[in-house]
Design a protein around this ligand. Structure first.
Ligand code: TYM
Length: 353
């Protein structure tokens, strides 16, 4: 993966923040779109990786299942190779400042900005009057997650791009609205950085195995549409074998994938898992029939995912260990969050203890 380029404003320390919702089992899209990059960025940056449980409860979550889902995302982070000692791993609800800053941002963001969010429109569907207020305000909480740590880089999949743009708008409006106060409190010209989305590589949008025009998603009712991080080798093999394709052989060049969404998706997944470009994947497999390509893809997917899946299962046997990791991470995250919130309160003009 390319290292992040153009550094934002010089006064901001480079810091990575990202999060995943504990709202169902993690899948290959989460892994290739986000987690692989989280792991890579540890080499070059200070990183904060969050399990965003407050985002998850914007839609109904069974209270008996939510703690398991929170630990499951944490286990996935650890099993994939995130080091919770060198970096920070925690769940959002343990650091109350996320909700506190989100409220301030609710007063900065404009209704019209949130009305334009396509993910809200998709999730709310026709039943807009009946969804939670939290689901609508969700992107202001996401901006708070990032800006609480004044993070400069945010690795995400393609579907989060618009939310990242909104975070940048909120940061900018806050800096503008409170410009004088920011300077008066000794913070220079701007208080919040403009967080850069990092959306890179061949698998920024992994599609459903059943329909190459739909995103692979935790909420798809068909389990056959996705590969879960804890699927065993036989299940992975079966899902890939059943994945929708077309009757043609694979092309030798990327252009040949145009208008072939399912072929494009499988080649993208292969390239991302092998850490090569799509062009290189096609150099290796161009001309192959899907039966042969699917066998190669299965072998690759199993070799990459199975060690992670079994480590997740092992870690999940010891919830106390996972909870200790989260508590330690929350404590360290809160130290940064407390400082930001003190400054924000001063800047906004709220009297504090
Ligand atoms: P979430 O939990 O839906 O997804 C977690 C991450 O996985 C990526 N992703 C995908 N990437 C490629 N192909 C797919 N099919 C696919 N599905 C999911 C997402 O883009 C994301 O990077 N709002 C966020 C969570 C969040 C967050 C944040 C992220 C809350 N606060 C602050 C970054 C910074 C979400 O719902 O992701």
């Amino acid at each position: 993966m390319n290292a992040p380029t153009a550094a934002p404003k010089a006064q901001f320390k480079q810091r990575v923040f990202s999060g995943i919702q504990p709202s169902g089992s993690l899948h290959l899209g989460n892994y290739l779109g986000a987690i692989v990059k989280f792991v890579e960025l540890q080499k070059s940056h200070d990183c904060i990786y969050c399990v965003v449980d407050l985002h998850a409860i914007t839609v109904w979550q069974d209270p008996a299942e939510l703690p398991v889902a929170i630990r499951d995302v944490t286990a996935c982070y650890l099993a994939a190779g995130i080091d919770p000692k060198k970096h920070i791993v925690f769940n959002q609800s343990q650091v109350a400042e996320h909700a506190e800053l989100a409220w301030v941002f609710n007063c900065v963001a404009r209704l019209g900005w949130l009305n334009r969010m396509t993910q809200f429109k998709e999730k709310a569907g026709k039943d807009r009057e009946n969804v939670s207020v939290g689901l609508f305000a969700y992107p202001t909480l996401m901006a708070a997650d990032i800006l609480l740590y004044r993070a400069t880089h945010v690795p995400v999949g393609e579907d989060q791009k618009q939310h990242l743009e909104l975070s940048r708008d909120i940061a900018q409006k806050f800096n503008n609205d409170f410009g004088k106060s920011i300077a008066a409190h000794g913070h220079g010209d701007v208080f919040f950085p403009q967080p850069e989305p990092l959306i890179q590589g061949p698998a920024t949008r992994v599609m459903s195995l059943r329909d190459g025009t739909k995103k692979m998603s935790k909420s798809d009712p068909s389990d056959q549409s996705r590969i879960n991080m804890t699927d065993d080798a036989d299940t992975i093999a079966l899902k890939i074998r059943r994945a929708k394709t077309d009757p043609e052989a694979l092309p030798s060049e990327e252009k040949g994938l145009e208008h072939r969404p399912e072929a494009d998706n499988l080649v993208s997944i292969y390239a991302a898992l092998a850490d090569i470009s799509k062009a290189d994947a096609l150099k290796q497999h161009g001309g192959a029939q899907f039966s042969a390509f699917k066998a190669a893809l299965t072998e690759l997917a199993v070799s990459k995912l199975q060690p992670i899946g079994s480590e997740v299962n092992r870690l999940m046997q010891d919830p106390a260990h996972i909870d200790a990791v989260l508590a330690d991470g929350a404590e360290r995250a809160q130290q940064i969050a407390t400082e930001t919130m003190k400054a924000v309160k001063d800047i906004v003009g709220l009297v504090r203890r």
